[in-house]
Design a protein around this ligand. Structure first.
Ligand SMILES: Nc1nc2c(ncn2[C@@H]2O[C@H](COP(=O)(O)OP(=O)(O)OP(=O)(O)O)[C@@H](O)[C@H]2O)c(=O)[nH]1
Ligand SMILES: [Mg+2]
Length: 357
């Protein structure tokens, strides 16, 4: 695994550790981690020649077959690294796509992942094409067999992307109609947050519905919606959905648009953070940025610090108090704070939107 400190990211250590976690979630055993420090990436190999030689040596010494990079690299860098090191290369977006592909269960989830892969692969193919064209060398020469093949591939992928988008749109409209019928006029609440924060566990605790929760990253890819009782005969429709991570690849955000729309259309967002996590403030920023990207920044929010039973990070608490950010501490596992959560949700849904924040 390769992590490069480019000097712009104050959270480099978190990025490195998180990429390691993601590599494990993708099913790789991490044989070694190499760090490098650069002002900016090398244009050809992302890292300099000296580091590249060192990396090759390290990979040979531990028999590594795969290189995982904690950053997004260009198509050219991707190709050259693979060739130089004689191994398969996963950059950060590629790694996350691989995990999503492994986890996808439902037809919609699989379609969304396939769409994301096609979009990501198309960019890579474009890189390969530029490379071949350069190899061809000749000026003005057209119509070589290789070129025709690449052009055919591109057109096929473009057609596939269009087809996938159409199928997803159809499914989504259908699902919306079904859901609208089932949850007649119920206000909607969506759980959002970092992967592994405990969203599915909170969902289970609030709805008594069984959805898989686990310590694996990106356990949930599909949206589940159930009724949640708020007391006094009132109900809301609660949705559990896909988790966020820093730099969520734009291919995924694009492909998972319909799943993420759940958050855009909600009356209230429950932002779930792992309260014992020192990296909480950075993760909260990631959540807010992702919400802004998908157009859900304006939806009223209630911040939950989950896993109260495990303690709470003083750094996180200080940061929230400093920002005057209201929050509610809960434990989905022990049930602590859940009654107050129900009351707060009921109160916020009963008052005009803006009052919640
Ligand atoms: N101790 C403790 N563990 C919790 C609590 N809530 C969730 N967990 C654990 O945290 C892990 C992740 O929980 P999930 O509910 O799967 O998390 P998620 O946010 O749905 O994760 P993704 O679906 O991967 O995005 C699981 O191992 C849960 O058992 C809690 O209140 N206390
Ligand atoms: Mg989940």
């Amino acid at each position: 695994m390769l992590a490069v400190d480019l000097g712009q990211d104050p959270e480099f250590a978190q990025l490195r550790d998180e990429t390691r976690e993601l590599a494990l979630a993708a099913g790789f055993a991490v044989a070694g981690v190499m760090e490098a420090r650069r002002v900016q990436p090398d244009r050809r190999h992302f890292i300099g020649a000296g580091k590249l030689a060192e990396l090759k040596e390290l990979m040979e010494a531990c028999g590594a077959k795969v290189l995982v990079i904690a950053h997004a690299v260009s198509d050219g860098q991707h190709m050259r690294l693979g060739r130089e090191l004689g191994c398969e290369v996963f950059d950060y977006p590629g790694l996350i796509l691989t995990i999503f592909a492994k986890r996808a269960q439902t037809a919609e989830g699989k379609l969304q992942v396939e769409l994301a892969q096609e979009i990501y692969g198309r960019a890579k193919l474009r890189g390969a094409w530029t490379h071949l064209e350069r190899q061809r060398g000749g000026l003005g020469a057209t119509g070589g067999p290789g070129e025709r093949q690449i052009e055919l591939d591109r057109r096929m992928i473009a057609r596939r992307i269009k087809q996938l988008r159409r199928r997803l749109a159809k499914r989504h409209t259908h699902a919306q109609l079904v859901a609208a019928g089932r949850m007649k006029r119920l206000p909607t609440v969506a759980l959002v947050g970092y992967t592994n924060a405990g969203k599915s566990t909170v969902f289970q605790a609030l709805t008594k519905a069984a959805v898989p929760a686990s310590a694996r990253m990106f356990e949930t890819l599909d949206t589940t919606t159930r009724q949640m009782h708020l007391g006094g005969g009132r109900c809301a429709a609660l949705s559990d959905t896909v988790g966020f991570v820093r730099n969520l690849p734009h291919e995924l955000v694009d492909a998972f648009r319909s799943t993420l729309n759940e958050a855009v259309e909600a009356d209230l967002l429950l932002l779930v953070l792992d309260g014992q996590d020192r990296a909480g403030p950075a993760k909260l920023r990631t959540i807010q940025e992702t919400l802004a990207t998908i157009g859900a920044a304006g939806v009223p929010q209630l911040l939950l610090l989950n896993k109260l039973d495990l303690g709470q990070s003083p750094e996180l608490l200080d940061s929230l108090r400093w920002d005057k950010m209201p929050f509610l501490s809960i434990s989905a596992l022990t049930g602590a704070g859940l009654q107050e959560l129900r009351d707060r949700v009921a109160a916020s849904l009963a008052t005009p939107a803006a009052a919640v924040r």
